[in-house]
Design a protein around this ligand. Structure first.
Ligand code: GLC
Length: 751
């Protein structure tokens, strides 16, 4: 038997037992777990081709339009005719029950609909944008956020969310960097697993979980020039080392749907890319769920130039492994003719329909199509107090303190505070993009929350300027307010719709005249605190010099205004760490910590040396490095201690440091483990994150933090594209970020 065939059989075996184990893990009996697939087969045998094709159709309802085409007209007729088996952008128990009733009671096969929606960082209770959540470096908290979002979405009738978005992004021009977990495959993988666990839980048929959908597969974050929907061209090595790990992690965590991405990869759109959809996703990773396209992505293959028309695009997509057509209508319009013309087979349609039906059985939809349609549970769950408390805590842990000179923060209540800036009293911007069904008209702004906190002092507000105009007419009022105050809090940044989908920027500055306003207010000589609300890394070299304190709060969600006040007045000690590098200037982009050394590395001790890999107009290092974040207290790290200076192949060693809170306040620090493989059969990055631990320490408290290092941490994609270790010298670093590190060294022996 050929190795490939053996591999495929073993993969099949994995799939089947994965299915079985998956079912067992979700509390079903061995028989029950196997019936999901068997029940799908039994039903499939009774269905017409038209009905099977209907299960491959996903149409948008009338709630929200998240792409170019208007919401589907005649949706109810398509459902009634069995031409649409899945719906998205319809929310609330009442609306969902109405459509489900049509599918279950008015169609020949009574197959329940699957209801999907973008519950990205909350359904009603909105959490910080995902890039902000990633900055918490707190996987259990992120898992809880995802579970609260799923619980609310499920209570509102939904079965499926188009999350987690796990695209690695290293170009801040790309607006969707706001939706993911930043630049690093290790951190991105840990967070992907946490989100899938939070969304799907351990029982897909439970009433407080949703089907997860890992997106956007694959490497959408690598679009050229950070321009959305643009071309992606990567070596297989970079694809596998940097971009694929979080998708794989999500699949290994049990995610049962995947969304193919808009972009082409190396000449073939992801939506028709069998290397991605079959070879890697199913043959290598053993994925058993279904693949859905992104919004009209099959239709867009004509524009890509990979299909002469939509019928050919549909043929290519089905053949490559796409099971469901989101909004494009191409499967509905063309699969029957393609079948009649012998260009697709009924077996291909059966395979896709079986995958979708199996998931519907796993979700319990056939046992109770209205399992999520409980109006009382909806009313009790949305905006529940514990959900809002979770959002406030998550927001507080997402903030990154970038600067705090002269202990400007935390503020003391009773102070005379001037609150300035176009985002200070904005409610909508707090929610960021992809805000789900979150309402904003009654949430507390940063200004409102500061007023609530500082009742024994005074708070004056002046907007100062717009978010994105050249109008400086408000500068005078702002100057006057700051001159009358003891301290100024400026809330500056981007508007919520300057990041997210189709929101690429060619600049990384603060839009409009916000920097000019800061420059003017600095002249007052008063302490200036800048609170940053933004969905991407910004180039803040001047702002970082002008501000006395700089607090990155991203778009912090429904409870974000209150959480900002908690941080400003010290109720919450910031503990966030950057999940993505902040450049000095756009000209450095792409810039990320896990870079290669090159043959002419610049010695930071001699930054002006000639003939080095450097710029003559800008340092090489970023303004704020990956993993960076300060606290209101201080921490020290001891030297790294290794329990062995030499490691045998397959062995493990322990690296330990002692972290001490040398300040006067309780605080949390994130001890980050980085490795460097000095020599390899291919060049290796100067640093790779391989572990982290977040620990809270009381003032004066010390704690030993240990990491185990073995094959898992030392393996990489070698020159022959096999994964494994190679002997040689390694450096181990454990520190507070990817810059302030001191190495310990060990040797991995030959086998
Ligand atoms: C959008 C986005 C995707 C989203 C989908 C459904 O175009 O690319 O992230 O899940 O359409 O709204």
């Amino acid at each position: 038997m050929s190795p490939f065939k053996r591999a495929r059989l073993s993969v099949f075996g994995l799939c089947f037992f994965g299915l079985l184990a998956g079912g067992l893990a979700r509390g079903a009996s061995p028989a029950a777990a196997a019936t999901a697939a068997e029940r799908a087969d039994t039903l499939l045998a009774q269905m017409t081709v038209e009905e099977k094709i209907g299960q491959l159709v996903l149409f948008s309802g009338y709630g929200t339009t998240t792409g170019p085409l208007p919401a589907q007209q005649g949706l109810e007729d398509h459902i009634r005719k069995g031409e649409c088996g899945n719906v998205f952008n319809v929310m609330s128990v009442a609306q969902i029950r109405k459509l489900q009733k049509i599918a279950v009671e008015e169609t020949r096969r009574h197959i329940p609909l699957l209801f999907g929606y973008d519950v990205i960082h909350g359904y009603k209770t909105i959490f910080p944008i995902c890039l902000g959540e990633a900055a918490s470096w707190n996987p259990p908290l992120i898992e809880n956020s995802a579970h609260v979002a799923a619980r609310e979405g499920a209570a509102a009738g939904l079965d499926w969310t188009f999350a987690p978005m796990v695209d690695i992004a290293r170009d801040p021009r790309w607006g969707r960097i706001s939706e993911g977990a930043g630049e690093d495959p290790f951190l991105g993988s840990v967070i992907a697993r946490a989100r899938v666990r939070g969304i799907q839980g351990t029982n897909l048929a439970a009433t407080d979980t949703l089907l997860a959908c890992v997106k956007h597969y694959a490497a959408y974050g690598a679009v050229q020039a950070g321009r959305d929907y643009n071309t992606v061209d990567l070596s297989e090595r970079t694809l596998r080392e940097v971009y694929l790990p979080p998708y794989r992690a999500a699949i290994e965590a049990g995610a049962l749907s995947v969304m193919a991405s808009f972009n082409e990869l190396n000449g073939t759109p992801a939506t028709a890319n069998s290397f991605l959809l079959q070879h890697i996703l199913r043959d290598e990773w053993g994925f058993t769920g279904f693949v859905v396209t992104d919004y009209t992505a099959i239709n867009e293959m004509v524009a890509h130039g990979s299909a002469v028309d939509e019928a050919e695009a549909a043929r290519q997509a089905l053949s490559a492994g796409v099971d469901m057509d989101m909004q494009g209508g191409t499967y509905l319009d063309h699969l029957q003719q393609l079948l009649a013309a012998g260009k697709v087979t009924e077996h291909q349609i059966d395979v896709a329909a079986r995958r979708v039906l199996t998931i519907k059985f796993k979700l319990g939809l056939f046992d109770n199509p209205y399992r999520h349609c409980d109006a009382q549970r909806e009313q009790q769950t949305l905006y529940a107090e514990e959900n809002l408390a979770a959002a406030r805590r998550m927001a507080g842990e997402s903030f990154v303190l970038l600067k705090n000179s002269a202990q400007t923060l935390p503020l003391k209540t009773g102070a005379q505070i001037a609150v300035i800036g176009p985002l200070a009293d904005s409610q909508r911007d707090l929610l960021g993009s992809w805000k789900g069904e979150g309402d904003w008209d009654s949430i507390a702004t940063v200004l409102t929350a500061i007023r609530r906190e500082n009742t024994n002092g005074s708070v004056t507000f002046a907007r100062g300027c717009d978010l994105d105009t050249t109008n400086q007419a408000g500068f005078g009022e702002a100057m006057a307010a700051v001159q009358r105050a003891e301290v100024a809090v400026l809330v500056l940044g981007e508007s919520w719709n300057m990041s997210g989908e189709a929101k690429s920027r060619t600049r990384l500055n603060l839009p409009g005249v916000q920097t000019g306003l800061l420059r003017e207010l600095k002249k007052t000589g008063k302490p200036i605190i800048v609170v940053l609300m933004n969905g991407r890394p910004l180039a803040l070299e001047e702002e970082s010099q002008l501000a006395d304190a700089l607090l990155e709060v991203w778009f912090p969600g429904s409870e974000g205004g209150q959480a900002v006040a908690d941080a400003l007045f010290g109720r919450q000690n910031p503990s966030g760490k950057l999940p993505v590098t902040f450049p000095r200037t756009l000209g450095q982009v792409p810039i990320f910590y896990s870079a290669k050394n090159t043959g002419r590395p610049l010695d930071p001790a001699d930054p002006h040396a000639e003939y080095k890999s450097s710029y003559f107009d800008c340092p090489n290092d970023p303004l704020y490095p990956f993993g960076f974040g300060l606290s209101y207290t201080d921490f020290t790290f001891s030297e790294v201690r290794l329990d062995h200076p030499v490691l045998k192949p397959g062995g493990k060693l322990t690296a330990t440091v002692t972290v001490t809170n040398t300040g006067t306040r309780t605080g949390a620090e994130v001890a980050q483990l980085y490795l460097r493989d000095l020599v390899g059969s291919v060049t290796r990055p100067v640093l790779e994150l391989k572990g982290f631990q977040k620990l809270e320490l009381q003032p004066g408290e010390s704690r030993a933090v240990s990491f185990t290092i073995g094959d898992n941490e030392l393996s990489f994609l070698r020159a022959d594209m096999t994964v494994g270790t190679e002997p040689g010298e390694f450096q181990v670093f454990i520190g507070p970020n990817s810059r302030d590190l001191r190495p310990a060294t060990f040797e991995l022996l030959s086998r």
